[in-house]
Design a protein around this ligand. Sequence first.
Ligand code: TYD
Ligand code: MG
Length: 455
Amino acid sequence: MFICQECGYQSLRWLGRCPDCNTWNSLVEELSSASQISKAGPDEHRVSFPKEEPQPIGAIESIEQERFTTGIHELDRVMGGGVVPGSVVLIGGDPGIGKSTLLLQASDVIAHRKKVLYVSGEESVKQTKMRADRLGSVSEGLYIVSETNLDSIIEFVNRLKPGFVVVDSIQVVYQQALSSSPGSVSQVRLCGQELTFLAKKTGTSVFLVGHVTKEGNLAGPRILEHMVDTVLYFEGERHRSFRILRAVKNRFGSTNEIGIFEMTGEGLKEVLNPSGIFIEERPKDISGFAVVPTLEGTRPLLVEIQALVSPTNFAVPKREARGVDYNRISLMAAVLERRIGLEFGRFDVYVNVAGGVKIVEPAVDLGIAMAIASNHRDIPFDSECVVMGEVGLGGEIRAISQIESRLKESARLGFKRAYIPKGNASSLKREIIDMELIPISFVKEALDRTFSERR
Ligand code: TYD
Ligand code: MG
């Protein structure tokens, strides 16, 4: 059987391109016993007759979902307030970003109250101990084993009965009945399935570490993401010290909270008050910078948008984005060109969000536009001013959500002025914000205002 390593599509003959997910070169031959076993799944939860009748929703008893804390506040926050017993969490991230470090630190704190089993498939017990010593993790209840055989791992869990299990990583675990190699679709799927089943049966919470491919997706089939309760991504630039933990799926909480950590010599430290950390190195009076208060979950975070517009001799100028969506750069450049008359046809445009933060919300649009325009005209943007607003194709500024908390945080960090969407201005209680608020309805207005004052 040939199985697509991206989506799990099965075919009897080899194909250059998966007809299901259109990925090239993703079909790999795996012996068919593999697919038979994985289809059948663990026998125990197959029933030939239904055990339970459907019930009216009102008749079902509510249970308070009890959770236990990991002792790492930022991790708890991202998961919605702690770990739910019996849940399965998948944590993905680039190699070396700090997944093992984070989970070892969490394991140590949890081990004060529950037994914890840390299964390290990638490092030996000694190596893990060395790391633990460095982190100061030496709880009595923390058990370490280096094992990649799935049956042995399940056996250890049944014997030790831990409340918390870490499997680092799911890509090296294998079930010997399958002939395909560890990390292949059928291995990852079956091991994921069995570990999920184990978690539900024993009430143990299981954390799986997953590797990320070059494209930034979790390696192995998407099916793993569907199987687990929570999917977390640990991201950041490897050579910078800040790390961001983000939930992309969460059955027990929201997915918009982020946790921020700093990698230090003694492991990961929580950054409890992160709103200002990404603008600390900001240069003043250089063109091409704008500060935007973005909102990640319930916490505002001030980020610096940097833009560089540079002349090119190539026929097709470059657009490059780091930290924001590539398409928004092209869009903002197009809006600036058509609505304001700035020319970009012979210029490369680079936009970067400082500190390795990724921003998806459209409230950052005006910041991108201001940074690009500022660098294009080589006039620095007011360094005591924050900007926010979604930009439409007409160059109009649209209202954004939760403007008050964004403004309060900006004021707290010492900003004196803010460009805000006109649509937000009327509903805003101005007296509670200690800043000059400048309502803007078109990008042109914002630019005219800035550049006429500062020329
Ligand atoms: P690690 O947790 O091994 O990453 P992952 O499991 O995601 O592959 O983290 C490895 C990096 O973290 C490594 O480059 C060294 C660095 N590090 C520190 O800076 N301080 C520490 O205390 C530890 C344990 C690691
Ligand atoms: Mg690791």
